[in-house]
Each structure stands twice: as structure tokens, then as C-alpha cells.
Design a protein. Structure first.
Length: 301
């Protein structure tokens, strides 16, 4: 929550330089407050699990948030009941006349396919184009981030020699950014993907900047200059056992998966993984909501 202080208090400038949410008396007297409107395009097959993980991250803020769940109409989920989809999800045609403060586009298990081969690619392109005029700030995750970088800026994805799976240490390239307020110099993030984007491709685009990266996992967060688009390669929203479930699933299918690195104690899948990224996940979503949505979105959408 913001700290309301006298306009001329000496501490004001110091706190603002530290990205503490300071509200002067003048602004407080003229402030209108309403719930934030957020739409989540959930492209993951495990929709209930994914929506729960993201909503948990969004809930760590005193801001009131109204959430719409969005599905593609050109692809029918095979892993979630039709009753759930009909009860809780909307299609793009139902919401395309609406405006939103923020949007989240999740990953999807279609990494090995060319973007244009994805069944719902044309619809996703229509949605991503729509975000430029109907969403104040959009938060893309994993494959959704790669798709967004490709569609908006022509940044290609590249297939890795082996699946990148595990918990990796990251560092900030812009530590004074409001996106990283309250975070440690180094922080852990889960990754689970077969493809990546190269830093040199992103650096060719003047509108983009790499905000954080990992020596092992590569590019992590990319943003445009205005903060209206964020592209996040990892899964800071993952539960403690999500990578374990993925590993066991692939193992039971006879795929001989590699053990996720830096995840199981002693690299022993029989031991319970240790949760080391929850605080970062909470901060990254809270800071995005506060600084790049709530504080800058217009009152009249």
C-alpha cells in the first residue's frame, strides 16, 4: 500500500529514489480508485493448475483485481473438462471490445513447432495485436514470451540441444528498475523448456532491453522501453513440485529425461525438492502490478 506523507517531507525524495510507493497529500485528495482488470490467456494444458499458480502470485498485493480467464476458440483443450471451460473461460470474441489494465499470456507445450504451424497461431496473433491498443501492460511467460518477441519484434527462437529444466540463479541488469524493487542481487527461477532466445537477437531491436539473465539459463526478462510489454522466459509462478511432476511424467513415458538441475537435494529424485524461488515470484508479479499497471494505467480504460 502507498505511504501518504506531506508533500514537502525531506524523506519523500529518498523513498521515491528507492521506489517506495509514496503518495503526496495532493495526489491522495484527487485519487480515484477502482479494481484492476486483468485477463489471463491460459494456453497450458493443465489449466486449473496454471490458473491457480498465477492467481496465487497476483493475490500478494492489497490491490483489488478482477480477473477474466481467456481460451482460444480455434483449439479445444483436451486436458480440462468442458464444464470447467464453459463455466470459467471466455473466448476472444466475448472480450475483444473490452479494455484491460493488464494481461498475462502463458506458455504452451508447442515449443518444437514453428510458430506458424501452431493450430491457434492466427488467433494468438490477433490477440497480441489487440493488446497494443486494449491492454495497458502485457506479461508474457515462457513460450508465450517467445511468441510475443517473434510476433512483435521478429526475434526468433532457437531449439536447445537438450531440455533446459531446473532451478537457475539469475541477476539483474537494471537493479534500479521498479520491476526489481525489494529483490536480492541474485535470485532463483525455474525453467522448463526446449527452446530459447539469444541475447544478440534481442540487442538488435532498439525498443527492447534485457532486464535480467542467468549464466546457465540465458535471457530471463525482456521489456520494451515503455513497460507495456514484458517477456519472461522462466516460470516464477511454479509450485515446489511442478518440475517433479514433469520429470515423473516424462520418466513414466519412457523418455529418459534428465534430472532437473539444482532442484532435488543431492540430485536424488526420491528426495523432496526445496522451494527457493517463491519470494522472487511474488515480488515480480507484485511489482509489475503496482508499478507498471496500477500506478500508470488510466482511470477510464
Amino acid at each position: 500500500m502507498p505511504i501518504k506523507i506531506n508533500d514537502d517531507l525531506p524523506a519523500r525524495q529518498i523513498l521515491e529514489d528507492e521506489h517506495i510507493f509514496v503518495m503526496t497529500e495532493k495526489r491522495a485528495l484527487t485519487q480515484d480508485i477502482r479494481p484492476l482488470k486483468i485477463v489471463i490467456l491460459n494456453l497450458m494444458p493443465t489449466k486449473v493448475e496454471t490458473e491457480t499458480q498465477i492467481l496465487r502470485c497476483l493475490s500478494n498485493t492489497p490491490l483489488q483485481i478482477e480477473v477474466d480467464l481467456l481460451q482460444t476458440s480455434t483449439y479445444t483443450s483436451r486436458n480440462t473438462s468442458e464444464e470447467h471451460m464453459l463455466a470459467f473461460y471466455k473466448t476472444f470474441d466475448e472480450i475483444k471490445e473490452h479494455r484491460y489494465d493488464g494481461m498475462i499470456i502463458t506458455g504452451a507445450p508447442v515449443e518444437m513447432m514453428d510458430f506458424e504451424e501452431v493450430e491457434y497461431w492466427a488467433e494468438l496473433c490477433e490477440i497480441m495485436e489487440w493488446t497494443k491498443t486494449h491492454v495497458h501492460s502485457t506479461f508474457h511467460i515462457c513460450w508465450g514470451a517467445q511468441a510475443g518477441l517473434y510476433y512483435h519484434y521478429g526475434v526468433p527462437k532457437h531449439i536447445l540441444d537438450h531440455k533446459l529444466s531446473g532451478i537457475f540463479r539469475h541477476h539483474m541488469l537494471y537493479p534500479k528498475s521498479r520491476l526489481f524493487r525489494g529483490m536480492d542481487t541474485y535470485f532463483n527461477v525455474p525453467h522448463s523448456r526446449h527452446t530459447t532466445v539469444y541475447a544478440e537477437d534481442i540487442c538488435k531491436v532498439p525498443e527492447l532491453k534485457i532486464m535480467a539473465e542467468s549464466e546457465e539459463a540465458g535471457v530471463y526478462i525482456v521489456s520494451n522501453e515503455s513497460g507495456s510489454q514484458f517477456f519472461v522466459m522462466g516460470h516464477s509462478e511454479y509450485d515446489a513440485d511442478t518440475l517433479k511432476k514433469e520429470y515423473v511424467r516424462d520418466f513414466n513415458k519412457g523418455m529418459d529425461p534428465e534430472i532437473p538441475v539444482h532442484y532435488f537435494p543431492d540430485d536424488d529424485p526420491e528426495k523432496e525438492p526445496v522451494l527457493t524461488w517463491r519470494s522472487h515470484g511474488q515480488w515480480i508479479y507484485s511489482n509489475w502490478l503496482n508499478y507498471f499497471v496500477y500506478q500508470t494505467t488510466p482511470y477510464e480504460l
